[in-house]
Design a protein around this ligand. Structure first.
Ligand code: NAG
Ligand code: NAG
Ligand code: NAG
Length: 441
């Protein structure tokens, strides 16, 4: 009898310990993603600063806490009259938009350390990079049969494919990104815009007649499919041969022909971009993403509408479908209140305007780490700068880790911090890490 009791106890104890091991085992697996009290504190503090920031800078917008520490709704005043109708349903745009602050802070902070230009080293390091990725970036890639003939595939891309990224994080100080909202023609921002270190413009801007308003400087121009087909006309617009053309879509045989035969002297590259989910639509975000991947600060002109706007116009052409002006304004306000950009518009025209209540760098950084854990991102919470790299390629580099001499101090410091690595977003998988190339040692 005694023996039986003993056996029972032993069995019970081992069962218990098995359960304990099981529980601790699971929570160990959970370890890197477990939020500490500091993490929760950071997310709460971010929400508070964010709400104050939106009400101080948002021209009537208010941020309202959602169900958890990440969710937030941006609400326009009840008497706002939406002007934009969904062309499919005929419905007017709503006055309240839900965003996820954690998603935004984790994704956009990563953009700042990434490279958004397609390079050869990226395709080489990506598993099936040529067969699956490269051939999709070539117009009529279908005919190339998954780049079955690699030489031919390479030939099509060669004019726009640098071996290594031509631009690095923090390469430029102050940058301006210029949209084409009709609001731009209300304020003479021209001189101010021309004073930036780099200016990113979009598409087919015909700004010659409006230089007082929109300036003349153009360092980069982002091209969509339509404007990329007329590369020769676009390339004539500014500072022949200097302005860098960034194509967002695919490379075309027509484009290759123009580059060779016209010839287009401007550098032309393809953009490699991250995915921000459905909350962040619109081509303006691509331009901001591009600028954030190279600049210390990014200022935005001509994207957003101020209260009382009458119509959504573009200053040089017909307005198009697909613009959601109120959602856009709300999203840009979120970006401003996450310290990513500064908005300039007719009602916010003072160049010295201070964005009040914008969260400090240390708060953003703490909230970013907490968000990465919450979203279970690769490398969350690690202090290793390369922890978010899920694919690593080795690269033989010339010179001092491949950074050009005379780089800005901030760029050099960042380069040291990442130990000479280059980080690329992996399209459509924000949670699954980055592709990184590291110097061969
Ligand atoms: C591959 O493409 C190149 C360049 O157009 C061509 O010279 C070569 O014959 C092609 N190879 C095959 C196997 O088709
Ligand atoms: C610019 O002004 C000229 C002369 O007034 C005019 O012919 C031209 O159409 C204008 N261009 C645009 C894009 O408005
Ligand atoms: C980006 O790099 C900076 C150093 O330049 C670092 O402080 C920051 O934590 C990095 N951010 C991410 C998301 O890795």
């Amino acid at each position: 009898m005694r023996l039986l009791q003993l056996a029972f106890l032993v069995a019970l104890a081992s069962g218990l310990s098995a359960i304990l091991i099981y529980i601790t085992g699971v929570s160990d697996l959970d370890g890197p993603f477990r939020l500490s009290s500091e993490d929760l504190e950071a997310l709460k503090s971010l929400q508070i600063h964010f709400q104050k920031c939106v009400s101080a800078n948002g021209l009537g917008l208010q941020a309202v806490h959602g169900r958890d520490n990440c969710e937030v709704s941006l609400k326009f005043p009840e008497d706002t009259i939406p002007k934009w109708k969904d062309p499919k349903t005929g419905e007017l745009e709503g006055l309240s938009f839900d965003f996820n602050l954690c998603e935004a802070v984790a994704t956009w902070e990563q953009v700042r350390n990434s490279t958004t230009i397609l390079t050869r080293e990226f395709i080489d390091a990506l598993p099936n990079g040529w067969e699956e990725y490269a051939w999709r970036r070539i117009n009529k890639g279908v005919l190339l049969n998954g780049c079955e003939n690699r030489t031919l595939c390479m030939e099509k891309l060669s004019l726009v494919l640098p071996d290594r990224p031509p631009y690095t994080p923090r390469q430029f100080g102050r940058c301006a990104v210029i949209g084409n909202s009709g609001d731009l023609l209300k304020t003479k921002f021209g001189k101010e815009i021309d004073s930036y270190d780099a200016v990113v413009r979009r598409m087919e801007h015909l700004y010659r007649n409006f230089t007082e308003y929109v300036g003349t400087k153009s360092t980069f121009r982002l091209l969509n499919r339509g404007s990329a087909k007329a590369l020769d006309k676009v390339a004539e617009l500014y500072d022949k041969g200097k302005e860098v053309l960034i194509v967002k879509t695919t490379i075309h045989d027509i484009m290759n022909k123009m580059i060779r035969e016209v010839p287009i002297l401007n550098p032309v590259y393809l953009m490699l971009g991250a995915s921000f989910g459905s909350a962040a639509k619109g081509t303006g975000l691509k331009a901001l993403e591009f600028a954030l991947s190279m600049c210390d600060t990014v200022d935005m002109y001509g994207f957003t509408v101020d209260p009382g706007y009458k119509e959504w116009t573009r200053y040089f052409s017909e307005s198009r479908q697909g613009h959601t002006p109120l959602q856009g304004r709300a999203y840009y306000q979120m970006m401003e209140c996450l310290g990513l950009i500064k908005i300039h518009s007719p009602m916010r025209a003072d160049p010295n305007r201070v964005v009040k209540w914008v969260p400090s760098h240390s708060l953003i950084s703490a909230a970013r780490i907490a968000s990465e854990k919450l979203l279970r991102r690769v490398g969350a919470g690690s202090s290793d700068p390369l922890a978010a790299c899920s694919i690593i390629g080795k690269q033989q580099l010339k010179g001092k880790f491949g950074l050009s001499s005379g780089s800005r101090k901030a760029a050099v410091e960042h380069h040291k911090y990442v130990r000479g690595a280059t980080m690329y977003p992996l399209e459509h998988s924000p949670g699954h890490g980055l592709l990184c190339t590291v110097p061969l040692t």
